[in-house]
Design a protein around this ligand. Structure first.
Ligand code: URP
Ligand code: ZN
Ligand code: ZN
Length: 464
């Protein structure tokens, strides 16, 4: 097989370790990994001396061009995936909000016609469930057959599902190869606490946190896990941000239940004190960022393996939109940008010694692919997988500034954060899409990646 591209002289990072090797690419795939591979006359050689060769990250949680909070999230499929590429992310899973009365395959088609001409890196979808009445439940299976086997239910927001619907989709998921994900917060308590603080004229961003504190999320995590256990179904908790929830996930996994959890970089780097800052409104997301104890529990769970994935929950809004709620936290559109920051941040934490590079790769790429049925194509530097490759310079030093970001948002909660090391090149299926700070990709070059049906019956991903 011809070698089109040869990544030479670098250190390959997998979820299991690091080793010096050259990586050859033929067409869109990794074709060979080994020592001292020889280029052919037409081979493009990429000098990787002193650099790490990593799989492109898979962001399992984005909201691109999503109608939400009275507006539409700022990044569309072009600007969102452009920012992803610039941060070393080569696949994004975007959430499709089902319309009431809409069959799931129709929802996929409705969004794919928008995504396909815009995306610059590959993408897949999760479906956010609103309505399973009148036979719509049974269209979940058609979505699985189209390569979208993951569904999220919301326990909050005005389109959240009832407990009965949540349980029904959990039961149904088992027979069709689907995985149910949940946004877990106690809606009744959020409502009660919100009204209480508004009536007391406590309206600042801090009261967004106070109306959704640790126990409001933790209680819902416990309940969701209990239902999954009773239904005999796997469960994936998105954007886990609190210690009680971590403990519930850990306990269920120790008992052998297939319970999985994702957290986000904003919960790992910031604490609830951000809501007291002058720019506190910009950090408003749900669940809100929590206290130090929760943050420590999240890191410990990543290290133990009880949290398997890190994803962004990228859902940016303009400063002017965030300001709608300057005097009333209920009016702040919920969500923050992060698609360009996740992999650089997690790798920087590895470079600073908090976790290993292998752990950063597993939570941002390899285990994401395993959970969502993408291991046949994505998530590792391995022969036969797509040549989605990031070249990482561990010696680079970057202070995050929105001016250097590649999305459409006019601010970033990551402004001023210092990173040790940075991705210097991103390759998407053998195409160079980002180099030394410059975006080089092409609108519409990203492709929809169908996922395989998901059957998670044990907490141990290595048994898949
Ligand atoms: O604040 C957030 N997380 N916005 C996006 C929607 C969601 O709940 O994931
Ligand atoms: Zn959510
Ligand atoms: Zn989200």
């Amino acid at each position: 097989m011809a070698i089109d591209i040869l990544f030479k002289g670098g250190t390959v990072v997998t979820d299991a370790g690091m080793f010096k090797a050259d990586v050859a690419v033929a067409g869109e795939k990794i074709s060979l990994i080994g020592a001292n591979l020889k280029p052919e006359p037409a081979t493009q050689v990429v000098d990787c001396k002193g650099k790490l060769i990593l799989p492109g990250a898979i962001d399992a949680h984005t909201h691109l061009a999503m109608p939400f909070g009275g507006t539409i999230s700022t990044d569309d499929y072009e600007t969102g995936t452009r920012a992803a590429a610039a941060g070393g992310t080569t696949t994004v899973f975007d959430f499709i909000l089902q319309d009431f009365g809409e069959a799931f395959p129709d929802a996929i088609k409705r969004r794919d016609v928008i995504a396909a001409p815009q995306a610059v890196v590959d993408y897949s979808f999760h479906l956010a469930v609103k309505d399973v009445s009148n036979g719509l439940l049974y269209t979940m299976e058609d979505a699985v057959k189209m390569g979208v086997p993951s569904f999220k239910v919301f326990m909050v927001y005005d389109f959240g599902v009832t407990d009965g619907v949540f349980y029904e989709v959990l039961e149904h998921s088992k027979s069709i190869g689907a995985l149910i994900a949940v946004h877990a917060e106690n809606n009744e308590l959020v409502g009660y606490l919100t009204n209480k603080y508004i009536n007391e004229k406590k309206t600042s961003a801090w009261y967004h946190y106070m109306s959704r504190p640790e126990f409001v999320e933790g209680e819902a995590d416990v309940r969701a896990i209990q239902w999954a256990k009773n239904a005999g179904a796997a469960l994936y908790i998105v954007h886990l941000a609190n210690k009680q929830g971590v403990e519930a996930v850990t306990a269920a996994r120790d008992e052998g239940y297939p319970i999985f959890a994702e957290t986000c970089p904003q919960y790992l780097n910031f604490t609830r004190d951000v809501y007291k800052r002058a720019d506190g409104i910009n950090f408003v997301c749900s669940p809100p960022v929590k206290g130090k104890e929760s943050q420590a529990a999240l890191w410990d769970a990543i290290i133990r393996g009880d949290i398997q994935t890190v994803a962004t929950d990228h859902c940016p809004f303009l400063k002017s939109e965030k300001k709608w709620g300057a005097d009333d936290f209920r009016k702040i559109p919920n969500g923050c940008a992060g698609i360009e920051n996740m992999y650089p941040y997690m790798l920087s934490e590895a470079n600073k010694g908090r976790i290993s590079f292998s752990k950063a790769v597993s939570v941002c790429a390899t285990d994401v692919a395993k959970i969502f049925g993408l291991s046949h194509k994505k998530g590792a530097v391995e022969v036969g997988r797509d040549a989605d490759i990031v070249i990482y310079d561990p010696k680079a030093r970057v202070t995050v500034s929105n001016k250097q970001m590649h999305g459409a948002t006019d601010h970033t909660i990551w402004e001023g954060v210092s990173l040790k090391g940075y991705p210097v090149q991103t390759w998407s299926r053998g195409r160079l899409v980002f180099k030394d700070g410059k975006f080089l990709g092409e609108k519409g070059a990203g492709q929809f990646v169908p996922c395989k049906p998901i059957k998670l019956t044990t907490p141990d991903l290595h048994n898949l």
